[in-house]
Design a protein around this ligand. Structure first.
Ligand code: SAH
Ligand code: SF4
Ligand code: F3S
Length: 476
């Protein structure tokens, strides 16, 4: 299978990966001369599933260097925050957390504090850390995860601060070590970056241009996941349905989905996030046809008003979105739809906001991720006049969440008495198991002694629908 020039240049070379292996050994020897016990790393990831998936690779790399892991920040010899920049609140939280761990350096002078992820990919943030947080040893952006061994070795061997946050179009590093957070559910990134430049969004600036992994690499990772017992695979990308656009082997997202569906085994396939402008009927037909693909579509609409959608640079209209939703439900009558929505985009009026409410009422989403607009420096929307106060936006927001609560309650009420196939994920509390329906509704049900249900698909009958989750019992 061929790849075009653009994507060839974004693959990290074998030589580079070998060089990093050597750095990992060097960093490991510094660690063993400094610590008698295995040094421990505390790694915490914020933000989206793409970042969580990066976090799993970061932990894999740290493991090869010689770190063990702890959930207790006070026991750590390396504290690493993998950050998110999507909203101001996400950034404020990081500053607060970093400030709070400064004191730990007193009791552990060998402690290394490191920051990475989307927030660090912004120059103004890296500069602020450089000036105002002198106790932070290592700062790196989203494009150099594969170079952690080298960066850490520099910090360990020189004692100097290291900053590596260069902007670039982005890379693809295959075959990195990985330490997965669990083995029942697995994240599988299929593409990175975003080219859409929605006017409010920081992601294209901090994640670089769209680039797709080779289909054979994706399929191999899917097979690995299945072989290790994974039952729920989520394909990840900021815009999964533009998968393959930069490859020249004729693949697209619908075809990839079909190929993964054809892999032997008992598992379910999810994916996120789809962009309405690239959501084709071919994709919806493929979803409908593929037995292992969950009948769940997360399709962010952001606003129900055409003027606002245009200002957001989303590339579709309300009517086009509604037509997609209609077609999706026509070919998949039991489809569950979820979405993202922004309240109070700069210049949005209450009348325009009401179009968002009416779209929600029409589509009847299972659940919504709802956000109040947050201005991101450097984006186009950050310089748009924004006359509506935060308090006013808060009132609109409440109106929206009340409406969605009513819709969700009506949806779950209709589930009563129905039987769903659910992957049992673990314990919600003692004696009570949980899992999700294909449509992403959480179900809790009592454990049955001797059945060992965790990691297995079970049939569960809904007995008590609540608003956001439902309770049930094993049906067979
Ligand atoms: N790539 C995905 C979503 C990425 S970010 C997509 O295009 O749908 C997840 C969600 O955060 C977005 O869908 C949007 O609803 C929200 N979001 C992004 N930037 C935001 C901002 N500046 N203020 C408020 N919400 C924002
Ligand atoms: Fe952000 Fe838009 Fe890209 Fe999603 S599609 S990551 S909202 S720019
Ligand atoms: Fe946040 Fe970066 Fe994801 S900004 S939402 S962690 S791509």
């Amino acid at each position: 299978m061929g790849i075009d020039k653009q994507s060839k240049s974004c693959f990290v070379s074998q030589e580079e990966l070998l060089k990093q292996k050597e750095y990992a050994a060097l960093a490991g020897s510094v660690l063993s001369s400094r610590f008698t016990d295995k040094p421990l790393a505390f790694v915490h990831t914020y933000g989206c599933q793409g970042n969580v998936s990066d976090g799993e690779r970061i932990k894999g790399i740290l493991e090869t260097i010689g770190y063990g892991f702890t959930d207790n920040v006070e026991d750590a010899d390396l504290i690493l925050y993998n950050t998110c920049a999507i909203r101001e609140h996400a950034e404020d939280r990081i500053y607060g957390n970093v400030g709070a761990i400064k004191k730990l350096k007193k009791s552990n002078p060998n402690l290394i504090i490191a920051l990475c992820g989307c927030m660090m990919q912004q120059q103004r943030v890296a500069e602020k850390i450089r000036k105002s947080y002198p106790f932070v040893n290592l700062v790196f952006g989203t494009h150099v995860i594969h170079r952690i061994p080298e960066l850490l070795y520099k910090v360990l061997s020189t004692g100097k601060r290291v900053f590596e946050c260069e902007d670039c179009d982005g890379v693809i590093a295959e075959n990195l070590p990985i330490r997965r957070d669990g083995n029942i559910k697995g994240w599988l990134p299929i593409m990175y970056g975003c080219n859409n430049f929605c006017s409010y969004c920081i992601v294209p600036y901090v994640r670089g241009r769209e680039r797709s992994r080779r289909p054979e690499d994706v399929i191999n990772e899917a097979k690995e996941l299945i072989a290790m017992g994974c039952k729920d695979i989520t394909l990840l990308g900021q815009n999964v349905n533009s998968y393959g656009k930069n490859l020249d082997c004729g693949i697209n997202f619908a075809k990839l989905l079909e190929q993964i569906n054809d892999i032997e085994g008992d598992f379910i396939i999810r994916f996120m996030t789809s962009h309405p402008k690239d959501c084709t009927k071919e994709l919806l037909d493929t979803m409908a046809r593929c037995k292992k693909v969950a009948k769940h579509l997360h399709l962010p609409f952001q606003s129900g008003n055409n003027r606002v959608l245009k200002e957001m640079n989303r590339g579709y209209t309300r009517e086009q979105y509604l037509e997609l939703a209609r077609y999706a439900r026509q070919v998949m009558p039991d489809l569950s739809m979820t979405s993202d929505v922004i309240v109070g985009f700069p210049g949005e009026t209450y009348d325009e906001f009401k179009d968002t409410l009416s779209l929600i009422d029409e589509v009847k989403f299972t659940s919504l991720y709802t956000f109040i607009f947050s201005s991101r420096p450097g984006t186009k929307a950050a310089s748009m006049p924004d006359p509506v106060s935060r308090d006013e936006k808060g009132v609109w927001f409440k109106e929206l969440t009340d409406l969605q609560e009513k819709i969700a309650g009506e949806r779950t009420a209709r589930m009563k008495g129905e039987i769903f196939e659910v992957l049992c994920e673990g314990y919600a509390k003692e004696g009570i198991l949980n899992g999700r329906t294909q449509g992403n509704v959480m179900i809790e049900f009592p454990d049955v002694e001797g059945k060992e249900l965790i990691g297995r698909f079970c049939k569960v009958k809904v007995t008590e629908p609540l608003t956001w989750i439902v309770r049930g019992e094993l049906a067979e």
